[in-house]
Design a protein around this ligand. Sequence first.
Ligand SMILES: Cc1cc2nc3c(=O)[nH]c(=O)nc-3n(C[C@H](O)[C@H](O)[C@H](O)COP(=O)(O)O)c2cc1C
Length: 298
Amino acid sequence: MGYNRSSDANEITQKYMDSILIEERIIDSVLADTSIEFLGGNFSMPVMMPAFSHLGNLNGRELTGLEEYSLAAKNKNILNFCGMMENDMFEKIMATGASTVRIVKPYDDNGKVRDQMKFAEDKGAFAIGMDIDHIFGETGLDVCVGEKMAVQTSDMIRSYVESTKLPFIVKGVLSVKDALICANAGVAAIIVSHHHGRMPYAIPPMMILPDIKEALEGTGVRIIVDCGIASGADVYKALALGADACAVGRSMLPSLEKDGIAGVEGFLDKAGNELRYIMSNTGFAKVSDIDDSALWFM
Ligand SMILES: Cc1cc2nc3c(=O)[nH]c(=O)nc-3n(C[C@H](O)[C@H](O)[C@H](O)COP(=O)(O)O)c2cc1C
């Protein structure tokens, strides 16, 4: 029949993002500035590192991939993230000097959740958070690298927020409902994400972003988007649709694997330059000025 369909959220997300076009508005425009303020920090651009885990020593180099991309984040003054790991690995990441957000897994062992959050706070993390989209797995509650995960309630999220003086970030929000629960619980920021397509037919983060942005208006909750962000153009589209910043993900891996710190720095330079170019071409001088008025939907 020649009928092809894919439930792969990565593919669906890519198609949606690529269907958004950008018009030019150059006359009277100036060279744009990509710098941002985010949760009290000042960064060179609204591009952030991914909350990755389990990257060993790539290409036989001395540092792990996690440390290498953290050093690139520090050198380029962007916000760093890290994911599932034990405290000793987190300590190595903090030793790079990067402003780092620790995303803790929704472990069944809630003592471990709280211990990792406390450890991050004690070691000077920029913020802490949890990836709530890793609770359920294909056959029940998820088991990730041998560790069982547990259901997280609104009250538990509020208790994490109240247990720390750091901003608390919820990663894996993909509905207005969850976004509002986060806002009511005092969460500082959310990451609109489907965690590289864990759920079939998951909504492209950019597609639901305008609804989430509208629902969070006036709450002060900041919005990060990830999944499929590979270029400055992708970042621009996400900002235009309501995000404050984007996190890159697997798009950064080939540069990291091949050339380590320098490779990631080159990747970030390219994304930042493309973002500045498109902002300048569409008449937005500052990141906070960007709106959706230059977007066209095919
Ligand atoms: C190797 C690898 C490890 C990851 N580990 C984590 C993790 O521990 N915690 C987490 O929240 N997300 C983790 N992620 C998901 C990323 O943070 C991010 O949400 C996702 O990769 C975004 O999609 P993209 O790769 O299409 O950009 C991981 C992704 C990869 C590729």
